[in-house]
Ligand binder design. Structure first.
Ligand code: PMP
Length: 390
């Protein structure tokens, strides 16, 4: 099997699995219980929060555990938008046209509640710039939202510069950092955002656990309670904490950070290896997204004339797993909204592009097999059951 869809999700590391297994099996006490086995679990959770804060270079009090990044994005954006409006600070939000649905569908919802949202389109070079944010900001603007790394094409957005500018203008700034946390060597203490998020299953942890970091350095920042109940997570997100997964997530991040530089170098080499191999094949392709600011571990390629959904099925038959873009639209193979934003005048590109994304286990052999599969497809050697020739 060749798995090259790590931007969708990653395999849980055996060391992480062991931590989760031991916690589930042995330390099953409720962290809110007052007796010893509860206290032991509570202590391990406090340690995990501390470790996560150290890894990200933020304060322990700024860490909130969530069920993943979708929850964290919803929570942060709604909370801050609704409070700003309530305080009469304005109703305008600036974000980009290339955000994940867990951001875009929140801002779309906010539009039905009296908010105005500006969606910045990538410029002719495929860049999202700080100037574009500044140019559309008015005295009604309350906050900015931007992702760190785009999940479909791997473009890097200027989140550090955006943070500086947002802070100067007294705006809240939310960052969806899901595809950066892990591989990117960012010092989050230097990121002047109000909130940023992460999701464990993108860095070899389990699914269904993530975090929201809420930085309260500006006076008007606001995070309201998400769930009312027993008062867990500083009375902000009640419910018995998922301690096994919290421990697993922090273990996964610890391992990822320990190998960060080495893994990133490997991704750069694999990226060039992939492009060289594709260039040797007699198959036309172009890289999608921002050409100058991009990560090597998410590669989105346009194979002119080849329908991506058909290529995916053929690759699947060949035991090669890649994606046609975001897998987060509930398994659908519709045309990518992100590619529409990048290439509004090239509709063929929207449905003829494939995403190949690397993980810590990816090897050159995986790429060789992907290339072999591509070759077989272009020579008509993998046929679907209902059709000899597509
Ligand atoms: N933001 C981005 C950029 C993502 O790639 C994803 C996952 N595809 C999410 C948010 C949502 O994360 P989760 O799966 O933890 O809800």
């Amino acid at each position: 099997m060749v798995y090259l869809d790590n931007a969708a999700t990653t395999a849980v590391r055996p060391e992480v699995l062991k931590v989760i297994h031991d916690s589930l099996l042995n330390d099953y006490g409720n962290p809110s219980s007052t007796y010893r086995i509860g206290k032991k679990v509570r202590h391990s959770m406090i340690q995990a929060r501390k470790q996560l804060a150290e890894l990200l270079n933020v304060a322990e009090s700024e860490v909130y555990f969530t069920s993943g990044a979708t929850e964290a994005n919803n929570w942060a954006i709604r909370s801050q938008a609704e409070k700003s409006k309530e305080l009469g600070q304005g109703n305008h939000i600036v974000t980009t046209a290339i955000e994940h649905p867990s951001v875009t569908n929140v801002t779309k919802y906010l539009e039905t509640q009296g908010f105005e949202v500006t969606y910045i389109q990538p410029n002719e070079r495929g860049e999202i710039t700080v100037q574009q944010f500044i140019d559309v900001t008015t005295n009604q603007t309350i906050g900015w939202i931007a992702m760190a790394v785009n999940n479909e094409v791997g473009s890097i957005l200027p989140i550090f510069e955006l943070g500086e500018e947002a802070n100067e203008r007294n705006l809240w700034f939310h960052v969806d950092s899901v595809q950066a946390v892990g591989p990117m060597a960012y010092d989050y203490s230097q990121l002047k955002c109000t909130t940023f998020v992460g999701s464990a299953h993108k860095f070899n942890g389990p699914k269904g656990i993530g975090f929201l970091i809420y930085r309260s350095f500006q006076e008007h920042n606001h995070l309201g309670p998400l769930l009312y109940g027993g008062g867990q997570e500083n009375k902000m997100r009640s419910g018995t904490e998922n301690v096994p997964y919290i421990l697993g997530m922090v273990k996964a991040l610890e391992l990822t950070f320990a190998e960060q530089e080495e893994t990133f170098n490997k991704y750069e080499k694999l990226h060039h290896y992939l492009l060289d191999a594709l260039n040797e094949l007699d198959i036309e392709f172009e890289i999608n997204g921002d050409m100058n600011n991009r990560v090597p571990y998410i590669n989105n390629l346009w194979f002119n004339g080849n329908i991506a959904s058909q290529m995916l099925i053929k690759m699947d038959l060949d035991d090669v797993y890649i994606s046609a873009g975001s897998a987060c639209s509930a398994g659908s193979l519709t045309e990518s909204d992100i590619l529409k934003a990048y290439y509004p005048d090239q509709p063929e590109r929207w449905s003829q592009s494939l995403r190949i994304s690397f993980g810590y286990q990816t090897t050159r052999e995986d790429i060789d097999q992907f290339i072999q599969s591509l070759k077989k497809i272009s020579e008509g050697k993998i046929d679907l059951w209902h059709s000899k020739k597509l």
